[in-house]
Design a protein around this ligand. Structure first.
Ligand code: ZN
Ligand code: ZN
Length: 408
């Protein structure tokens, strides 16, 4: 039995909306055992640092090494895996102990973490996202008519799947291969060349088939959606994880809340794209789409908060934009309070990862996924976006994985 106590720490108490007085948190065999009284074992004095659950990013693509998505699609699997491992190790270094991958990562990367080959976050995967022909992850240029040009290599975030029968077979295959939920591109996108942002993708019948297949496997469907019409259609068809939601209306936000949905706004991605998209070769058409979703994003936060629609934390940062992930906290804080942001990151995030009670909490029995923070994120949440300066310790399964205390 391994017992370790992190002492002299202020714990994040989201029920009280405050930090506790200095106390200790004891972990036994990598799980949280008790607050308060240490009982033997190793003691690590945190000297007044804030101790809180490890961060959860509920929208990421660890295989998206380059913003030039086609270059990821054609990379050999071995190279894509090594790149993904690097991205995952970066994420853990930033304090993310659990990451939900929204398309691309496979069971090998999950196992790589479990076997200790990758020093990264736990990965909750969907396998490949489903995209219809001409949909959001159909990256073929208009002139490329090869039916199988996309392939299904590891660096590819999605697969082209059409028709109810093929949709069913594909969902079953993803689940059989370790997917914990199903991801669909149900609306046009920003990073794709041929699909308008207000276009609906897939027929109702195909989406219903996905919902049924996911439900049969006791899980859910997550949809990439921007436009209000696409969100509303997904809610009505039983899809419960709503990605982006930049152009949602107040009425649809209420419908989604009543249906028990969770939204995952991903604002930093568009800030990063607006700052650097042109240098990476985005054309005018894509650039106009970025501006539409960027300005919509801030309004959507207000509508979703007012409707009582929980919002998990996600960044969706592709390739070279990864460096902008820290912006997400500050962007959310323009509308939401730090308590609202953290409560939803942990509670809605744990629900989406289907790990309630396991992550996002300091209660006994939870996994020992923790970060120690310099300062109080309830006063200034943006400090969580700069791990090098403000997150000296990252702890996963009770063990210290990153230690920057000496750099203070
Ligand atoms: Zn998306
Ligand atoms: Zn995404």
């Amino acid at each position: 039995m391994t017992t370790i106590t992190y002492s002299n720490a202020r714990l994040l108490d989201l029920d009280a909306g405050a930090l506790t007085a200095r106390t200790s948190l004891t972990l036994v065999n990598g799980r949280i055992a008790a607050q308060g009284a240490p009982e033997g074992g190793e003691i690590v004095d945190l000297d007044g640092l804030t101790l809180m659950p490890g961060l959860i990013d509920c929208h990421f693509h660890v295989v998206a090494w380059q913003l030039d998505l086609w270059s990821n699609v054609i990379a050999p699997d071995s190279l894509a895996a090594l790149r993904a491992a690097t991205v995952m190790e970066e994420l853990l270094g930033k304090g993310f102990t659990t990451v939900r991958d929204l398309g691309g990562a496979d069971f090998g990367l999950v196992r790589g973490v479990e076997e200790g080959l990758i020093d990264g976050p736990d990965l909750i995967i969907c396998g490949k996202a489903l995209s219809m022909t001409g949909g959001h992850t159909d990256l073929r240029p208009r002139t490329d008519i090869r039916p199988d040009a996309m392939g299904e290599r590891l660096g590819n975030m999605g697969a082209i799947v059409d028709g109810v029968d093929e949709v069913r077979r594909f969902c079953r295959t993803q689940i059989k291969q370790g997917a914990r939920f199903i991801k669909v591109m149900a609306n046009g996108g920003v990073s794709s060349p041929n699909d308008p942002i207000d276009g609906l993708q897939y027929s109702d019948d195909e989406l219903r088939a996905m919902v049924e297949e996911a439900g049969n496997a006791n899980t859910y469907v997550s949809a990439h959606v921007y436009s209000d019409a696409s969100i509303r259609r997904c809610v009505k068809l039983g899809i419960t994880s709503l990605e982006h939601c930049n152009l949602i209306s107040p009425e649809t936000a209420k419908l989604a809340a009543e249906a028990g949905c969770i939204a995952i706004p991903t604002l930093a991605a568009y800030e990063g794209l607006a700052l650097e998209g042109k240098t990476f070769g985005f054309g005018d058409a894509e650039y106009a789409k970025i501006e539409t979703v960027r300005t919509g994003g801030q309004n959507s936060l207000k509508y979703m908060r007012d409707a009582g629609l929980p919002m998990a934390f996600g960044t969706d940062l592709l390739g070279q934009l990864r460096k902008y992930g820290g912006l997400e906290f500050g962007l959310l804080a323009k509308v939401l309070s730090p308590v609202e942001i953290l409560r939803d990151m942990y509670r809605a995030g744990a629900r989406l990862c289907r790990m309630e009670g396991e992550i996002g909490t300091l209660k006994p029995g939870a996994r020992g996924h923790l970060i120690a923070v310099r300062g109080n994120p309830l006063e200034d949440i943006s400090i969580l976006g700069d791990a090098a300066a403000n997150i000296p310790l990252v702890i996963k399964d009770g063990k210290i994985r990153r230690d920057r205390r000496a750099a203070a």
